[in-house]
Design a protein around this ligand. Structure first.
Ligand code: NDP
Length: 489
């Protein structure tokens, strides 16, 4: 496997110049997929300069909205053409089962088409400001954007940023995680093939150093970041120096609340999916299960059997239900979190170990793990593990359930399971998070905003707001007949 280059600047693939090699590993067996040189700060400078020049030249920001929409639509069509290849790349990079990677590709196609449609809406509105005045508010592109993305949903997270940024008329430099560069590089190539003018989309493949240089760059107007909360704080600090607009999608510790009036089998099946999708490495994972005491034991029995039955394997094997974790380091963090939980008194109901299958020994696998007897003073309940670990807590009434659910510094997503739709509405209103699912978990649509409250983030992706994030509003006040102000006599 080879990459066309580790940099895409001004419409050409180039090699980086840091002198430091990065190794991309296949998490299913630890083998080397590709090695490339990391972007240096000087490479980031060149990429930003190209994006700045393209923005100022107006060949994209000033192009008719229909032209920008056309590029997004053609990119979506090209992605449909390359669907299987891109899904395979995503699985090779992230370890997730092919079935999940195909869903990611389809979702990205939908997002590109959604923002192609919204690109045509320039949201200008007029204000009645008197007979001699034309007052209008127009939307303009925010400028040069730094788009920094994580390793769990590489293709999806870059598309959630690039599609609205390009629809708005911005130019962008993208920095994917060093662990998962493959599909982002492919998407950038497809955008060029679809007719995005040179300089409009740049790519730098590098590690946190390149990310830090990019988000601090004085010629960047806006930063959109998805990743860990600690890195998010560093990004906010770096952006403060030149008062950039910042959008952050950070971690989560998402409550999944189960009342007693449910079909236990259905809830168990969904709770396993909520917690263990992509080996739990999902910002919106339902990692905290809150269960009414009346059904607690039945739910735990179902979870234990279900978690132990999950088939781990290489994501390219169609029988695989759950793939490896992204890296040895991420698995080690998970193992430490489980050990800490047991030391604090949690009870291991399932998992808590690497798989026994020798065929998986070289990959970064960890068995889906269920911990019961958990309480909110335990680190495993408070802190994001970002691995296949589900904690279970019991509650006795609605008020207690809501208090437990909201007792977190995060606020990304949450869910409630009940047959009582009035109660569902009350709990949905009381949860302090950006998304609430009722009797469901994980679905999203391009037209509905996504993002977090509290330490889960700032701003929203998707929906009309996801486009507004990349636009600046300008009020133009035009007086037809100039006259004296009358203030100074
Ligand atoms: P990071 O937050 O470090 O990585 C996200 C992106 O930011 C990557 O492209 C990374 O580059 C880049 N980056 C790293 N440091 C900086 C910096 N100072 N300035 C700008 N960009 C930077 O996530 P990790 O991969 O280290 O994961 C750490 C934890 O974050 C996970 O354990 C998990 O808890 C959480 N996480 C949350 C995600 C979410 O969707 N909410 C997604 C991924 C992680 P590079 O990877 O090349 O270092």
């Amino acid at each position: 496997m080879s990459l066309p280059g580790s940099l895409f600047i001004d419409g050409t693939w180039q090699d980086a110049r840091s002198g430091r090699l990065l190794h991309v590993l296949d998490p299913a067996d630890g083998s080397l997929v590709v090695a490339h040189e990391a972007a240096a700060a000087s490479d980031v400078d060149r990429a930003v300069a190209a994006a700045r020049a393209a923005f100022e030249a107006g060949k994209w920001s000033g192009a008719p909205a229909e032209e920008r929409a056309g590029v997004l639509r053609r990119t979506a069509d090209l992605l449909v053409r390359d669907r299987e290849h891109v899904a395979l790349l995503e699985t090779q990079d992230t370890g997730k089962p092919l079935r999940e990677s195909r869903v990611d590709v389809d979702d990205v196609v939908a997002v590109l088409r959604y923002y192609a449609g919204l690109a045509l809406d320039d949201v200008a509105h007029r204000v009645d400001a008197g007979p001699d005045v034309d007052s209008r508010v127009v939307a303009e592109p925010a400028g040069v954007c730094a788009l920094v993305t994580p390793w769990n949903y590489p293709l999806l997270s870059v598309a959630w940023k690039l599609a609205p940024a390009l629809a708005a008329g911005c130019t962008a430099v993208v920095k994917p995680s060093e662990l998962t560069p493959l599909t982002t590089a492919h998407l950038v190539a497809l955008l060029a093939e679809a007719g995005a003018p040179s300089g409009v989309v740049g790519l730098v493949l590098g590690d946190g150093e390149a990310g830090a240089a990019l988000v601090a760059h004085p010629d960047v107007d806006l930063v959109s970041f998805t990743g860990g909360t600690a890195t998010g704080r560093a990004v906010l600090r770096a952006a403060a120096a030149t008062v950039k607009r910042v959008h952050c999608e950070l971690g989560g510790k998402n409550p999944n609340v189960v009342f007693a009036d449910v079909d236990v089998d259905v809830v168990v099946d969904n709770a396993l999916h909520a917690a263990f999708l992509h080996a739990g490495q999902v910002c919106s994972a339902g990692s905290r299960l809150l269960v009414h005491a009346d059904v607690h034991d039945a739910v735990v029995t179902g979870l234990t059997a279900g978690a132990e039955a999950i088939r781990l394997g290489d994501g390219r094997d169609e029988r695989t239900q759950s793939g490896p974790m992204i890296s040895g380091a991420q698995r080690a963090r998970t193992e430490a979190a489980v050990a800490g939980a047991l030391a604090e008194g949690a009870v291991l109901a399932a998992g808590g170990r690497r798989p026994d299958d020798p065929a998986l020994a070289d990959g970064f696998f960890h068995r889906p793990t269920v911990l019961t007897g958990c309480s909110r003073n335990m680190a495993v309940v408070r802190e994001e593990v970002f691995g296949p670990v589900l904690t279970v807590e019991a509650f006795t009434d609605e008020q207690e359930a809501v208090a437990l659910a909201n007792d977190t510094v995060y606020g990304l997503a949450g869910a409630v399971w009940t047959a009582d739709l009035d109660r569902a509405d009350r709990v949905a209103a009381a949860l302090r998070c950006g998304t609430v699912w009722v009797n469901d978990f994980h679905p999203y649509v391009p037209g509905a905003e996504w993002g977090g409250r509290k330490q889960s983030g700032v701003g929203r992706e998707l929906g009309p707001t996801g486009l507004a994030e990349y636009r600046e509003l300008k009020h133009v006040w035009r007086r037809r007949t100039p006259g004296r102000s009358g203030w100074l006599g």
